[in-house]
Design a protein around this ligand. Structure first.
Ligand SMILES: Nc1ncnc2c1ncn2[C@@H]1O[C@H](COP(=O)(O)OP(=O)(O)OP(=O)(O)O)[C@@H](O)[C@H]1O
Ligand SMILES: [Mg+2]
Length: 349
């Protein structure tokens, strides 16, 4: 029995958002500077089509290809958009599972939800030839088991998750399981190992940021919003200058990468310099902010973009602030633990 679209939507919506190829608006071409990741994932999607045929043959010799992919890296770097864009291109229906809908404070419910969603997806994949289940914020359900602060519920959830993935692989079901995380260090090592592909999404370097900016600006022009032409010239000049500097510095230190060079840039005034540590999503957000000014005035100016970038801020700064915060929280918790353990110690006589 083949599942209809309506049935899939109805049964899956408890766990997340369902996307059929026709619902998806993300386009591979809009995502800049992640060509390696595109290539790996394209190959993956192409082979999905033939998966079942080979999986059945390989099962006889007790080898089954595992179709699990882990996407990791800072927020807003294209993990979800690229997956969706390729799912559209290769006509693979998918569900983005919402961690909030799985993790429940009620004992046993998280486990049950996890089992249910994977089993439902496996059933759909078997009947409809293929399905993709995307676990967003995988760390929320698959944190390090050895972490003393984690509750037993999550530990059991992780184990159950691993067992189900193993079974799906073993049975050769054409269900692609994707996981995405911004906190790869918190992932349980066994979960990390279960994913066959590990794909890193990093911060874009200056030439990529320039291209992302230009793409967005061209789109505005297409929508008949005037963009000051000096913006394009200034971007070009700034890129040239920074790259020349980089080449000079590279002569002294040959291992220097463009990203290292950028990380040591002094705070300067150009668009490319102030956007070090900005993701594609940050740039997109800033363009939206600057757009309001442009609409008021009828033209988008260079300074509008600078102001908007500063207003929005870069993800790297937020990530660093967060890690300082969680480090401090960790220290406080550790202090509490060590204090309480000193209290419990029998008094020396
Ligand atoms: N490399 C890129 N080129 C152009 N635009 C990008 C790029 N990366 C991200 N964006 C923009 O940012 C938006 C958000 O990206 P997306 O949701 O895929 O990020 P993500 O990595 O899944 O983030 P999160 O970890 O928060 O889920 C995209 O729709 C796109 O407009
Ligand atoms: Mg995402």
């Amino acid at each position: 029995m083949v599942f209809t679209e309506a049935e899939i939507r109805k049964r899956m919506q408890k766990y997340g958002t369902v996307y059929f190829p026709k619902d998806i608006r993300d386009k591979e071409d809009d995502l800049i500077g992640i060509d390696n990741n595109k290539e790996i994932l394209e190959d993956f999607f192409k082979s999905l089509d033939k998966y079942q045929e080979y999986a059945q043959k390989l099962q006889q010799v007790r080898i089954t290809p595992s179709i699990t992919v882990l996407l990791y890296g800072p927020p807003g770097t294209g993990k979800t958009s690229l997956t969706r864009a390729l799912a559209k291109k290769y006509k693979v229906p998918m569900c983005i599972v919402d961690a909030d809908k799985l993790v429940s404070p009620l004992l046993g419910d998280t486990l049950k939800n996890m089992r249910n969603v994977i089993e439902l997806a496996a059933e759909i994949a078997k009947e409809n030839k293929v399905f993709l289940l995307f676990f967003d914020e995988l760390d929320a359900i698959a944190s390090e088991r050895s972490n003393v602060h984690e509750v037993g519920e999550i530990k059991r959830g992780v184990i159950s998750f691993l067992q189900i993935i193993d079974r799906i692989d073993y049975e050769g079901i054409p269900l692609a399981i994707f996981g995405a995380t911004n906190h790869q260090n918190q992932l349980d090592s066994a979960v990390w190992r279960r994913f066959t592909y590990h794909i890193w999404f990093g911060f874009p370097h200056l030439s990529i940021r320039k291209e992302i900016l230009e793409r967005f600006l061209r789109r505005l022009e297409k929508a008949s919003i005037e963009v000051e032409s000096s913006i394009f010239h200034r971007l070009l000049n700034e890129e040239k200058e920074l790259l020349l500097n980089f080449e000079e510095m590279k002569k002294k230190s040959r291992k220097l990468t463009l990203l290292d060079y950028e990380n040591n840039l002094k705070k300067e005034t150009g668009l490319l310099s102030i956007t070090v540590g900005y993701t594609g999503a940050d740039i997109e957000r800033a363009i939206r902010v600057s757009l309001l000014k442009a609409i008021q005035r009828g033209v988008l100016e260079y300074q509008d973009l600078i102001n908007a970038m500063e207003f929005v801020g870069g993800t790297r700064t937020h990530v660093e602030q967060q890690s300082v915060l969680s480090r401090t929280e960790g220290e406080i918790t550790e202090k509490k633990i060590s204090n309480s353990s000193t209290k419990k110690k029998p008094r020396d006589i």
